[in-house]
Unconditional design. Structure first.
Length: 351
């Protein structure tokens, strides 16, 4: 890759699920399950004799896995899926092993793996878990002879009872995720949002065989705006610049309030379209209906998506930032793009 050929590709770190909360919550679930298993065995005639050995053995992996999770302090997505499925199987087993044939106790426990799924796994996994919980509830209720319609209603009650809390958790997670990655002043993504959205842009670039571009735009003389008009007016100017920038690019482009009065745009497009987009952003901001005339200085950097996502983003931001300051030194209200070969040699200046 031009200008970056000497950089080696780094391996992506293994993805973990809520690295602090997930293993502790899963360990607590496993230890609690083991305690319930052996408490049930301690109660005379509560567990059927022909099921006692198999039921007791299920407590062993609960204790071993729980101890390993506490020791390691991290849990991957595959591990969380495995624990959830283990919980589903153990709950059905407890229903058949118990002499309590009404199924209420075992069925109520289905809320635990379902809630774990809603809390720690992507939302699409909740649909799978609800389907599994439905089958488990049906199997547990089958222990009690009843008319089909009664069986159906009892199963539906268990499924609704175990699913509703998990659905609420998923909705709250989505609201929290939006709040965490959104800048409250401009409504754009913030830096954390950029980190989250950038891998998708890189994946699109790899599929399309196109470079990834970062445009970094800084509002010219912003301190003067704050000093002369006040910080509330400065905030209004930033909102106008953000709206103009978002209007000047495509819906699939990522627009970010990078920090202070800086905005970033991530594009996946041919170089010719990037040149046009950068100039369109500059002109749209210059013509925006703000409290006072406002302009931006823009630096651009692009590269083939051949590096680790984090390394590629850092490299592009660093290069775009240097060219943005070059635009400032050249007189502001202009764009500096890479020269031939993607380097600073013979960099293009427009505006």
């Amino acid at each position: 890759m031009p200008g970056l050929a000497s950089t080696t590709r780094r391996r992506q770190p293994r993805r973990t699920v809520h690295a602090d909360a997930a293993p502790l919550a899963a360990a607590a679930f496993l230890f609690s399950s083991a305690a319930l298993i052996y408490l049930s065995l301690a109660v005379p005639d509560y567990i059927r004799r022909d099921w006692a050995l198999a039921f007791g053995l299920t407590g062993v992996p609960c204790i071993v896995l729980g101890a390993l999770l506490v020791r390691r302090g991290r849990l991957g997505r595959a591990g969380m899926v495995g624990i959830v499925l283990f919980g589903d199987i153990a709950i059905v087993l407890s229903g058949y092993a118990s002499t309590d044939r009404n199924g209420t106790t075992a069925g109520a426990l289905l809320s635990l793996p379902t809630l774990f799924t809603g809390t720690f796994l992507p939302p699409r996994w909740l649909k799978v878990q609800i389907a599994i919980a439905t089958g488990s509830a049906w199997a547990i209720n089958a222990l009690v002879p009843a008319r089909p319609e009664v069986h159906l209603i009892r199963t539906a009650v268990l499924v609704v009872a175990c699913s509703c809390p998990a659905v609420i958790v998923v909705l709250l997670r989505r609201q929290l995720d939006r709040a965490v990655v959104t800048d409250p002043l401009t409504g754009l993504l913030n830096r954390r949002g950029l980190d989250a959205a950038f891998p998708s842009a890189v994946a699109r670039a790899r599929r399309a065989g196109m470079p990834v571009t970062v445009l970094l735009a800084d509002v010219d003389h912003f301190k003067r705006i704050n000093d002369e008009l006040g910080h509330l007016a400065g905030d209004e100017v930033l909102r106008s610049v953000a709206a103009a920038t978002a209007a000047a690019v495509r819906a699939e482009d990522v627009v970010v309030r990078f920090g202070g009065e800086e905005l970033a745009v991530v594009l996946v497009a041919p170089v010719e379209q990037v040149r046009a987009a950068a100039e369109r952003v500059r002109r749209t901001v210059e013509q925006a209906d703000a409290l006072r005339p406002v302009t931006v200085s823009i630096g651009a950097a692009w590269a083939a998506p051949d590096l680790d996502d984090h390394e590629l983003l850092d490299t592009l931001v660093r290069l775009a930032d240097a060219r943005m300051y070059e635009a400032k030194r050249a007189g502001r209200n202009r764009t500096v793009l890479p020269g031939p070969g993607g380097t600073d040699a013979g960099a293009e200046v427009s505006g």
